[in-house]
Design a protein around this ligand. Structure first.
Ligand code: SR1
Ligand code: MG
Length: 405
């Protein structure tokens, strides 16, 4: 099975392939396969057993190029290895919060994993203004555990360096370096934006202080091998039910700054917050849902910090972890980094390539512009004011202040 050389599998080949994996389906099972991927990079197949067993799995196959652009944008297949190895580490650190991996095939660059068909993509849930009462607890725990336990705080420094090598991911990092930290801040060809907000974007392109701060955040992304981060933790990489949360799609994983993951979650909740300015709904309902989103942001940080401090007490192996003031200083720097990365990630989704459906689903460009302007205003302030934040309430107060301007 794993000696075949790479080619893109058809739905029929996928069925034949999955049949041969021991322990998944019975020999004579009638299998139905459908390609269901709607992401930017890969093919995703769902294979369901016809009948009453209800068994199903997902196969994700990497294409040798970025699906969203086509063959003119070649992309390493090694991202499938990164993804499956990251998922296995996350499974051992956070069982139940990521899909199970059943099989990985290096040659075909594919991973067979748990089907989460009873869950929905969180971004879709938020667009429908659903509420997820356990999400903050789940994602705060996921962030604290994956980030702390893969860092120099918990690992032997030699083992950690081996992991840095294992997860070297230059091509996927380059996508982030370009699309998050570089292209949105000048008149790049990759940018795509609503012409109605061009004047705000031109102000950003000419804003020297902002660009300096973004450059500092980019430098940290390039150089700060702090923990094994997910690397693309937006609400399209999270599946939810009312009571369950699963984080998937860690193909952008590498050793990078912890705040990049925390900031990604916050940014995507805030992008959803901004989108409700443009969706047609009752004012009271809008305010209540926006409050829910800001409360969720606060709760995520509170859970994260609590869990991180518990791990620091119980699992830190770094001898200097007990130096007076180090823990508080470390966590404050994480908070400030998270604000900065959240800001960058909000702006890239409005100015750059690859937007978010929270905003894109607003058909009227004038109404969409309302949400987009707010996202750019909040994004800028998060970057510029990040080092004034001392507690999570400073972030949510800043968002409220900018919104009420
Ligand atoms: C060409 S890939 C565009 C974006 O999709 C992924 O989800 C990442 O966010 C990337 O920046
Ligand atoms: Mg993805």
């Amino acid at each position: 099975m794993s000696n075949s050389s790479y080619h893109v599998l058809s739905e029929l080949e996928i069925i034949e392939y999955v049949r041969k994996i021991p322990g998944l389906f019975s020999e004579n099972a009638q299998l139905i396969c459908k390609e269901i991927g709607d992401g930017n990079l890969n093919l995703v197949f769902r294979i369901i057993e016809n009948g009453s067993s209800g068994k199903s799995v997902i196969i994700k196959q990497a294409l040798p190029y970025a699906r969203v652009v086509g063959e003119s944008w070649p992309l390493t297949l090694d991202r499938a290895r990164i993804e499956s190895e990251a998922l296995m580490i996350q499974n051992s650190i956070c069982p139940g919060l990521v899909p199970k991996v059943y099989h990985y095939d290096k040659e075909l660059a594919l991973t067979v994993m748990e089907d989460l068909s009873s869950h929905i993509i969180m971004r879709k849930g938020l667009i429908s203004r659903n509420r997820y009462p356990y999400f903050a607890k789940h994602i705060g725990t996921f962030l604290a555990r994956t980030l702390f336990l893969t860092s120099d705080l918990a690992l032997d420094h030699q083992d950690k360096k081996q992991k840095v090598v294992q997860f070297i991911n230059p091509e996927l990092c380059k996508i982030t370096e370009d699309l998050v930290f570089t292209d949105p801040y000048y008149d790049a060809k990759t940018n795509q934006f609503n012409p109605l907000i061009k004047e705000v974007i031109e102000e950003i392109w000419g804003h020297g202080e902002l660009k300096l701060e973004i450059t500092k955040l980019k430098e940290k992304f390039l150089t700060h091998a702090q923990a094994l981060i997910h690397g693309d933790l937006h609400t399209g990489s999270i599946m939810v039910t009312e009571t369950d949360t699963k984080v998937f799609d860690p193909e952008f994983s590498f050793y990078g700054p912890m705040g990049f993951d925390i900031g990604a979650v916050i940014a995507n909740l805030l992008l959803n917050f901004c989108s409700h300015e443009g969706h047609t709904l009752d004012q009271e309902e809008r305010l209540q849902y926006q409050d829910y989103l800001l409360n969720t942001v606060e709760e995520i940080w509170i859970v994260f910090e609590e869990e991180f401090r518990i791990l620091w007490k119980g699992k830190a192996s770094e001898p200097y972890a007990s130096i007076q003031g180090y823990e508080d200083d470390y966590i404050l720097r994480l908070l400030q980094d998270s604000l900065g990365y959240a800001g960058c990630k909000m702006m890239r989704r409005v100015i750059g390539l690859a937007h978010v459906s929270d905003l894109e689903s607003i058909n009227d460009p004038k109404l969409r512009a309302k949400g987009e302007r707010l996202a750019l205003a909040i994004g800028q302030q998060l970057v510029l004011k990040r080092e004034t934040a001392q507690k999570i309430g400073d972030l949510t107060s800043l968002v409220r202040y900018v919104k009420n301007q």
